[in-house]
Design a protein around this ligand. Structure first.
Ligand code: ZN
Length: 353
């Protein structure tokens, strides 16, 4: 039999986590420490030794989740969900739905649902419908989930339902011990978000409905609006998806419609912001080698500084290196002479700070 040490208590046994340590509080602590190791150092000597041996970062976190999957403990499934939510990978949706459907609608299930909705809300306008309905029908729902429900309804033109979800959230804000009804507990910022959302719903109701920033999602939202008979601008009217001339790269201009938002901003027009952008080399592995980064700083609608540099690709294999050489039209050996990422990042931060 193959023996190893338990990563939590150091006891020799067959698994990286012994039977005794397969407990809720241990899962919680391990999940937190392994995910945020740099900020959240631990006093546990066995865990320290484990991290020293396998290294910190996403890979360690992944290995921990492999251990959780292997021991097949029902309590562990929540932490497996959290991990896939964090990665935003393909497995997350199925795991999250299974979790929410087979568990009591407690804080954990609601946290999973929160992640699920935040993940899909701006990219798929039909899928979240039944999750949001669940929020409206259940008891003891957290304030943040009502906010997400209201946001979703505001996007798909269900303004009455959106207002109803907002009133439920505001009702919680007026209660004593509101922390029991919040997932994350930032009541002041929630209040502000709800106010902004209310104002937006009013605008959508009387003016133009929510209108995504890129064409692909416009197509999707039009399908929803047409089904509900909601007036919207014609699809062809794309003048507001303008070409961003701010960032000029080796290739020329990058269209604004080519940018993919991480999370979409739906508030009023902003005039002070930084915009970041990078180019990656072709690679066969799934982490990308970046070879160019650029950014602009905008204040009062005017570009006040720009930054653009080439970078020696981080871990470029020969395929990536050839690709960079071809794209920059330089000899392959010159790719090695580009500046290293640590130097460029320093300048980058100085320029945009
Ligand atoms: Zn143990």
């Amino acid at each position: 039999m193959n023996h190893m040490k338990c990563m939590y208590c150091g006891k020799e046994n067959e698994y990286p986590l012994c039977m005794n340590c397969r407990r809720e509080d241990v899962f919680e602590e391990l999940s937190r420490v392994l995910r945020y190791y740099q900020q959240d150092r631990t006093d546990n000597p066995y865990l320290k030794a484990y991290i020293e041996e396998v290294g910190s970062g996403n890979e360690t976190y992944r290995q921990f989740v492999d251990v959780l999957s292997m021991i097949n403990d029902p309590e562990a499934s929540y932490y497996i969900c959290l991990y896939h939510a964090y990665l935003r990978d393909d497995m997350f949706e199925d795991l999250a739905i299974a979790y929410v459907e087979t568990h009591e609608f407690d804080r954990k299930a609601q946290t999973v649902l929160y992640d699920l909705l935040s993940y899909y809300m701006f990219s798929d306008f039909e899928k979240p419908e039944r999750w949001v309905r669940m929020i409206m029908e259940r008891e003891n729902v957290a304030l943040e989930l009502y906010r997400l429900a209201a946001t979703y309804y505001s996007l798909v033109g269900e303004y009455d339902l959106a207002d109803k979800a907002i009133s439920k959230a505001i009702e919680i804000l007026g209660q004593n011990q509101i922390e029991k009804r919040m997932l994350f507990g930032f009541s002041e910022s929630e209040r502000k978000k709800l106010d902004e959302l209310s104002a937006r719903i009013k605008k959508y109701r009387v003016g133009r409905p929510y209108w995504p920033s890129d064409l692909e999602r416009r197509k999707k939202i039009i399908a929803v609006y047409d089904k509900k008979g909601i007036q919207h601008p014609p699809f062809e009217k794309t003048r507001d998806v303008k070409e961003a001339t701010a960032i000029r790269t080796h290739y020329g201009h990058t269209k604004e419609s080519d940018f993919e938002p991480i999370t979409e901003y739906v508030g009023d027009k902003i005039s002070d912001y930084c915009s970041f952008w990078c180019n990656e080399a072709f690679a066969l592995h799934n982490h990308k080698d970046i070879y160019e980064i650029a950014a602009i700083r905008v204040r009062g609608d005017k570009i006040i500084s720009r930054f653009q540099r080439f970078i020696r690709p981080w871990s470029a294999g020969s395929v990536a290196k050839r690709d960079v050489a071809r794209k920059l039209e330089i000899p392959e050996e010159d790719v090695e002479k580009l500046e290293g990422v640590y130097d460029v990042i320093k300048d980058f931060l100085v320029n945009l700070a």
